[in-house]
Design a protein around this ligand. Structure first.
Ligand code: HPA
Ligand code: ZN
Length: 345
């Protein structure tokens, strides 16, 4: 048995994968100010405290406006490498052994930053992180769903020469008014070109958006998906097909997807048998990295050791790692957990 501090300590020690993390969302105010100065980019803050005070969001769009403005300080390959390296150091400190981060190429190419500049810096840091911190990785390129589908298709074509380092495509930004059907042809082409696919759904949207994202886009996982629990038939499908949900508790609280952490449905997801995982989404904006998210749900939802172990196991199962690496991480989790007890149903 563990008390809460013991459970947070267990969560820290268990090998974990982080599967829902926007690299642009790891831009801490201190780095924002430093890169703005270095690159001569004007920003509306004169101190990190001032920037942090501005990070008060009423909804997803309020956040996205600040997030895209913040990304404007990222100009050089080195900037992208520094951003990614700082995230990997934080992840390593939280016991993360594998990452599948997102980047949003259109946020950068639309400002005149070359696709290869952003990608090159990110991959430089991911490779260094694998060597120096032992963190394995798969990279996911997200399309901005509030931009036209033609722009996403052009971005997909830019990615074709980089299939060795980009494993999957994703879909993020404003969900309402931009249904999965808008990107059906882009995702069909991406899958035909050998990419895997994930997509944000059921954050601002509904359970029906989650269902149609599965049907129309051919995704392997759903990012967020918290609204899926509104529909029992969809829950049964997620359980039967073992479709993972990459849940981001602190993000959901900060963007008012849920009223409070205590009202989050993550525990219900686990007890329904859904392959739910915990992730940090945009940690520089939402008040915490992976272990902060674990601590928040352990406390607010009174999670047990079984839940915490299930979350670590789910993160490995839901990853795009090859079978051998998955088996090794799962064995390490079982050894640390000292039991194979599944979540009681
Ligand atoms: N939702 C949609 N788009 C995003 C998010 C998110 O939580 N974070 C960064 N882009
Ligand atoms: Zn996200």
């Amino acid at each position: 048995m563990h008390d809460r501090a013991g459970l947070i300590d267990l969560a820290a020690r268990l090998p974990k994968a982080e599967l829902h993390l926007h690299l642009e969302g790891t831009l801490e105010p201190e780095m924002l100010l430093r890169l703005a100065e270095r690159n001569g980019v004007a920003i509306p803050y004169s101190s990190a405290q001032e920037a942090r005070r501005a990070y008060d969001f009423g909804n997803l769009q309020d956040f996205l406006d600040l997030y895209y403005a913040g990304a404007s300080v990222l100009l050089t390959r080195e900037d992208f490498a520094e951003l990614t390296a700082a995230y990997l150091r934080r992840a390593a400190a939280d016991g993360v052994v594998h990452v599948e981060p997102f980047f949003d190429p259109q946020t950068h190419t639309s400002r005149g930053v070359a696709f290869e500049t952003a990608l090159g810096g990110i991959v430089d840091a991911l490779r260094a992180g694998e060597r120096e911190l032992g963190i394995s990785w798969r990279l996911i390129m997200c399309f901005l769903r509030d931009l036209p589908a033609d722009d996403a298709m052009a971005t997909l074509e830019e990615a074709l020469p980089h299939r060795e380092v980009i494993t999957a495509v994703g879909l993020d930004s404003a969900e309402v008014g931009h249904p999965p059907e808008k990107f059906a042809a882009v995702f069909e082409r991406a899958l035909a070109e050998g990419f895997l696919a994930v997509a944000h759904a059921g954050e601002e949207g509904t359970a029906d958006d989650v269902r149609r994202t599965l049907d129309v886009l051919g995704v392997s996982r759903i990012d967020h998906g918290v609204r899926a629990l509104d529909d029992p038939a969809l829950v049964a499908r997620l359980v039967a097909e073992r479709v993972p949900l990459t849940v981001c508790p602190l993000s959901n609280v900060r963007l008012r997807v849920v009223d409070t952490a205590a009202r989050h449905n993550l525990r219900r997801m686990l007890e329904a048998g859904i392959v739910a995982t915990v992730n940090s989404d945009d940690p520089a904006y939402f008040g915490g990295y992976l272990l902060d998210n674990f601590a928040a749900v352990i406390e607010a939802l009174d999670l047990t050791e079984e839940h915490v172990v299930a979350l670590a196991r789910n993160s490995i199962e839901a990853s795009f790692l090859a079978e051998e690496a998955r088996a090794a991480h799962l064995a390490a989790i079982d050894e640390l957990a000292g039991s194979r007890a599944p979540v009681r149903r």
